[in-house]
Design a protein around this ligand. Structure first.
Ligand code: PEP
Ligand code: MG
Length: 763
């Protein structure tokens, strides 16, 4: 048997069906209505490589120096060639196709999702699991190839790198593939099985016409139903005016937005019977997992389907997760007993207090010496350092501000960090034991906290209590490295407000131009697709705003290929963002091609965002390049960053150029309004995102955008600050995107301000 039906799968079948398969099977076998499907088992993949005899070549190809990026790319390519070039055995093909026809009711036209499900769940690096392929809206003609693509994705560069790094044998990892019916919903929505703020036994259901994306993405205001679980009574019903709905375009399989027919706009979506059925389902899911759940559901032909269920989230109360500016509960007490002298001060960039041995890192080839629990001390972190940063207990840098690479990445990894200390690499020595405080920005002599070995691993810090407040203003999260996607999604954020592509691109270890020269255009596009997909998949169908390349030339200059970069006096005012992209359309178009591929793969939750825009002329040029790449700007959501006073003052003409949204990049907007270099420690005390001039620009931009129906957002660092949140909600911003560690506080702050606005209006 090449495959197992989800009905026959149990959680214990992990080895045979992988993590995703096991959890869908578990739900199915608990009697929950999961869309039907089957799993092409891990054994089928194993037989495929062994019986065809490609296994020896495959594993031999992995025997490379994984720090050598060329060799890594070569290994991925070889694996892809071997797997895609080897025919699937006839009996396996027949079995998969026969099962496919049973899953779908439309013969070879049925749409299915094809998802990788790796079996190496015990791999030390759990986030690795999310890195294999997924394809949505697949039909019969592409099915077998897609299954093989999933198999081949077990050998992505990143996966090879991690397994080699961790000494995990390649031949011990297998991969299963889930093939599941796509649900073409007539109505859909979300359900909280208990009250999301108080945990009371009240079910809250949001419902709208068509596919669930419209509700989850906030494109439509859904009906809202509140049910008292004790009595079963529907306590409250709010019928919304539902102007649009999302449906699948039968010809292309893409999701499109259409107007709701007049008679259905103000019609109630759910009947009392449907509500009762949903509540029963919610209770079953909650009982099964023993914790309140946030369920995505859909109804087709009177049948309810469960598309996903996850715990209603909030950040745990562990010290490392507290947001900056607040005393850390146990950390504060411990530092009171401390006798260690303050050796150095810098900016507290990622919260948490931690002790460990210093590892001075001056060159990339010394990264191996960083072992679990060490504190990396370096001039400035580089994208290649991410694997070492994940191992480290803490990070200290000489240079950089709150928005530097070190600050952004350590926050996303949940590793405490102090940046911009000036002379840490000179004043500290290898093996010296220090304690860093990522809130206060201090570095002290000696050990003050519990041993780092006892520290809860980052991956284990999972949301525990159900208090995600529901807010009208969306609260999203910023992500810069795909490795942080899972942790970011667990915050319960309404999507990703900023995915910075440059961290992915810089981690290729050379400039894009050099990478393309050495590995080819396809490999470059593949890398972007793979990185973005990891995040888009984790959040699907919540929207993910992906920003095109914006790295200043001084960052590129440090990489191989950087010799060709201009040597600029002031890189912050130089050749970066959309200016560089429009000047090098050939390189820029690869990023657009990556978007196109993602759209074709079904990731309709991906939105495009363009950095450092000054005027509408640039927007028209970008639109032309989109069209030249085969992207129809009218069919996708895209927008610009508002990062210069010029873009804020010219917002009306940008709106006329067709943007769907404008997102405030306050890191740059502040630096350009106040003439304060954001990365210069000497003027860090003058960097004030709440300066009246900055607020004036933001306020007037929101006002104009509201008038013109353009959505507004913030994705700069200031979106994590409560004063800025208050200002923005008051002004009527559409969404706020915060750092992972700040999402929960921002959700609460937004709710507080919204409630005050409502109270003020009725008083
Ligand atoms: C900003 O400028 O606020 C922003 C979010 O972009 P970056 O920090 O990447 O320049
Ligand atoms: Mg910026």
């Amino acid at each position: 048997m090449a495959l197992l039906w989800l009905d026959d799968v149990r959680a214990a079948d992990l080895e045979t069906v992988g993590g995703k398969g096991a959890s869908l099977g578990e739900l199915t076998s608990a009697g929950l209505p999961v869309p039907p499907g089957f799993v092409v088992t891990a054994g089928t993949y194993r037989d495929f490589i062994e019986k065809s005899g490609i296994d020896e070549d495959l594993f031999a190809a992995m025997d490379i120096d994984s720090e050598d990026s060329k060799a890594l790319a070569g290994a991925q390519e070889r694996a892809h060639e071997l797997i895609m070039g080897t025919p699937m055995p006839e009996e396996v093909r027949a079995e998969i196709l026969e099962a496919y026809r049973t899953v779908g009711t439309d013969g070879e036209q049925a749409f299915v999702a094809v998802r990788s499900s790796a079996t190496a769940e015990d791999l030390p690096d759990a986030s690795f699991a999310g890195q294999q392929e997924t394809f949505l809206n697949v039909r019969e003609k592409d099915l077998l190839e897609r299954v093989k693509e999933c198999w081949a994705s077990l050998f992505s560069q990143r996966a090879i790198y991690y397994r080699n790094q961790k000494g995990f044998p390649h031949h011990e990892v297998d991969i299963a593939v889930v093939v599941q019916q796509m649900v073409d919903a007539e109505k859909s929505g979300v359900m909280f099985t208990s009250h999301p703020s108080t945990g009371e036994p009240r079910v809250i259901i949001e419902a709208a016409w068509g596919l669930g994306e419209a509700v989850v993405s906030g494109a439509v205001s859904p009906d809202n139903y509140v049910v008292d679980r004790k009595t079963g009574d529907v306590a409250d019903v709010t019928i919304a005016d539902k102007k649009v709905m999302h449906v699948k375009d039968e010809a292309t399989g893409e999701t499109v937005e259409v107007e709701v027919p007049e008679e259905k706009r103000e019609q109630r979506v759910l009947s009392d019977e449907e509500i009762a059925a949903l509540v029963t389902l919610g209770e079953e899911v909650e009982d099964h997992y023993e914790t309140p759940q946030d369920v995505e559901w859909a109804i087709v032909d009177g049948e309810i389907y469960m598309l996903q269920s996850r715990p209603i989230t909030t950040i745990s109360d562990s010290g490392a997760e507290e947001s900056s500016g607040e005393a850390i509960a146990n950390g504060g007490a411990e530092s009171a007993q401390s006798s260690g002298d303050v050796l150095l001060r810098g900016l507290g960039a990622s919260p948490g207090i931690v002790s460990g041995s210093v590892r001075i890192v001056t060159k990339l080839d010394q990264l191996d010496k960083v072992v679990e629990g060490d504190i990396i001390v370096t001039e400035m972190t580089m994208p290649d350092m991410v694997p070492a940063m994940k191992r480290a207990a803490g990070i200290v840098t000489d240079e950089g501000g709150m928005t530097s690479h070190a600050a952004i990445v350590s926050r996303e990894l949940g590793v405490p960090a102090v940046v911009g200390c000036g002379s840490a690499t000179r004043e500290l020595t290898d093996d010296q034991v220090i304690t860093i405080d990522g809130d206060k920005g201090t570095i002290r002599e000696g050990r003050e906290t519990k041993d780092v070995e006892e520290r809860e691993p980052v991956e284990d810090v999972r949301p525990k209590t159900p208090v995600k407040p529901m807010t009208a203003t969306e609260v999203k999260v910023n992500v810069s490295i795909p490795e942080a996607a899972e942790r970011a999604a667990a915050t319960g954020a309404d999507g990703v407000g900023l995915l910075r592509i440059e961290h992915m691109v810089l981690s290729l270890g050379m400039t894009p131009e050099k990478y393309i020269k050495e590995h080819g255009e396809r490999a470059y596009v593949d890398e972007i697709v793979e990185g973005v997909r990891t995040v888009a998949e984790e959040f699907y169908p919540r929207p993910v705003r992906v920003r095109t390349l914006d790295a200043p030339t001084d960052e590129f200059r440090q990489l191989p290929g950087g010799e060709d970069e201009p040597n600029e006096h002031n890189p912050m005012l130089g050749y970066r963002g959309i200016r560089r992209s429009l000047d090098k359309p050939d390189v820029f178009k690869h990023e657009l091609r990556a978007f196109r591929r993602l759209f074709e793969m079904g990731y309709d939750n991906v939105e495009m965002m363009f950095p450092l825009i000054n005027d509408a002329e640039e927007v028209y040029q970008v639109k032309n390049l989109m069209r030249e790449t085969g992207i129809n700007p009218d069919k996708h959501d895209w927008g610009v960053m508002v990062e210069t006073p010029a873009s804020a003052l010219g917002i009306r003409s940008l709106a006329e150029a067709g943007i769907d949204f404008a997102s405030f990049g306050t890191n740059d907007l502040t630096q350009y309004t106040l003439a304060v270099d954001r990365n210069n420690e000497n003027v860090a005390d003058r960097f004030d995102e709440l300066h009246p001039a900055v607020l004036e620009l933001i306020g007037s931009t929101i006002e104009t955008c509201r008038e013109l129906g353009v959505k507004t957002s913030i994705c700069g660092q200031a979106g994590s600050k409560s004063k800025m949140v208050q200002f923005l909600v008051d002004e009527g911003v559409t969404s706020i995107s915060a750092n992972i560690d700040a999402v929960r506080d921002v959700q609460h702050e937004v709710k507080r301000v919204e409630q005050k606005l409502i109270l003020d209006s009725v008083r």
